[in-house]
Design a protein around this ligand. Structure first.
Ligand SMILES: O=C[C@H](O)COP(=O)(O)O
Length: 309
């Protein structure tokens, strides 16, 4: 849609109400036993299994892809009666450099590759290079592109520049889905988070995503509540369902359940599926597998028994 500056400027966020709402969530909601295993298996299908490190190698990316295709040990799946289901993570997320490797490693699995393009994580490369990077990631086979916005546009209130940038990224993605990373830890206020969320959705983002995982503060429940309310408002006004991806620091089964509860309460059942919900995480899968093992055997295993990449 066109940029609706009036809507962007009118947005307000009540900080204390937001904090109160999310503070009560972990105490109010809990799931146990079989229900917990089911929620965790659902969470697993929404993970963008991620490696975004300076020391990434083709070998690590291939190992991560193998894990994405078979995320839970076969004996555990058998014990919980899930052997007839094809369970995979939602995507594998890598730097542009490793897109072709991941596409090759995931051939035949149906798992899409997500690329962090546009000069991730700071997003301060020259604009034409960022657009070019998106095009090259798509040409290498990425079906999803995670772009990073220019935080300066938000911090200076230049909503038109943010909108134009996002529109160009959207266009460069072609048929690939685009997730807009707001880097919420950098843009300081919940009001900025809400405004940036709206602008990115107006400019065509398929998903809005909290963080790169590299900011000082990454995904939080308060930021998530703010972004989910914007997604809800956007759907009410346009009929378009935009997806949500919290990312960065979500590493335990307990964490992810809280995000799932929030999604269900705020947006409903549709937003618990991978087409509208992704979790950007590098180590969460290991804890989910540990919890599933505990569910089956009654004992916790050490993290070293759950290598990812
Ligand atoms: O988008 C994904 C994040 O970079 C992963 O962050 P994490 O390593 O804290 O799980």
């Amino acid at each position: 849609m066109e940029l609706d500056l009036g809507w962007v400027r009118d947005v307000r966020v009540n900080l204390s109400a937001t904090e109160r709402r999310v503070a009560t969530l972990p105490g109010r909601r809990t799931v146990k036993k079989d229900a917990q295993a089911a929620w965790l298996l659902k969470a697993l299908t929404c993970i963008d299994l991620t490696t975004l490190n300076g020391d990434d190698t083709e070998g690590r990316v291939r190992r991560l892809c193998a894990k994405a295709a078979r995320p839970v040990r076969p004996d555990l799946l058998e014990a919980i009666g899930m052997t007839d289901r094809i369970l995979t993570t939602g995507a594998v997320c890598v730097y542009h450099r490793f897109v072709a490797t991941a596409v090759d490693a995931l051939k035949g699995t149906g798992i899409p590759v997500a690329a962090v393009s546009t000069g991730f994580p700071a997003g301060l490369s020259p604009h034409h290079l960022k657009v070019q990077e998106i095009k090259e990631s798509v040409a290498d086979g990425a079906e999803e592109i995670d772009i990073v916005i220019t935080r300066e546009h938000v911090l200076t209130g230049n909503w038109q520049a943010l909108y134009d940038e996002m529109r160009e990224y959207r266009e460069a993605c072609g048929d690939a889905h685009v997730k807009a990373i707001l880097a919420t830890g950098d843009i300081k206020t919940l009001r900025n988070v809400a405004r940036a969320s709206l602008v990115c959705m107006m400019a065509g983002a398929d998903f809005i995503k909290t963080s790169t995982g590299k900011e000082g503060i990454n995904a939080t429940l308060a930021v998530s509540l703010t972004m989910l309310r914007c997604i809800r408002a956007y759907e009410e006004r346009t009929g378009i369902k935009v997806g949500y991806k919290p990312a960065g620091g979500i590493s335990t089964a307990k964490d992810v359940l809280n995000y799932q509860f929030l999604m269900k309460e705020e947006l409903g059942r549709d937003w618990l599926e991978p087409d509208l919900f992704r979790i950007g995480a590098s180590s969460l899968l290991a804890d989910i597998e540990r919890q599933l093992e505990h569910h089956v055997t009654g004992a916790y295993s050490a993290f070293l028994r759950h290598p990812l990449g």
